[in-house]
Unconditional design. Structure first.
Length: 107
């Protein structure tokens, strides 16, 4: 019997599209991400039709939450830094989930 490999959950995909383009998901997680068409289909099952617009709105909301006293360039740097941190946290969590999955199916 062939044991399936770990795959990203729909929740993980929905969280990742806030941070990176759909095409980057495949590059960041080549072992765990489904094909691009499958990602769009799975997101569509939850009413997410335009991930790029959602990502831009998320980045805009982060910029608007930056302190008023800083410039637009500084705010953009803070947003980019925060998104990079969130991607790193998500990557670690996905790797932990994948390892836990492997431990369960291959004791």
């Amino acid at each position: 019997m062939k044991i399936k490999e770990y795959r990203l959950t729909d929740k993980q995909l929905a969280e990742l599209i806030l941070l990176v383009p759909v095409t980057e998901i495949r590059k960041l997680f080549p072992l765990y991400a489904p094909g691009i068409r499958t990602i769009y289909r799975r997101l569509g099952d939850y009413g997410i039709q335009r991930p790029a617009e959602i990502r831009r709105a998320f980045a805009r909301d982060l910029r608007l939450s930056a302190p008023i006293a800083i410039s637009d360039d500084e705010a953009k740097k803070l947003v980019d830094q925060k998104i990079a941190e969130l991607v790193e946290e998500q990557s670690k969590q996905i790797e932990e989930d994948a390892q836990a999955y492997r431990d369960r199916v291959n004791p």
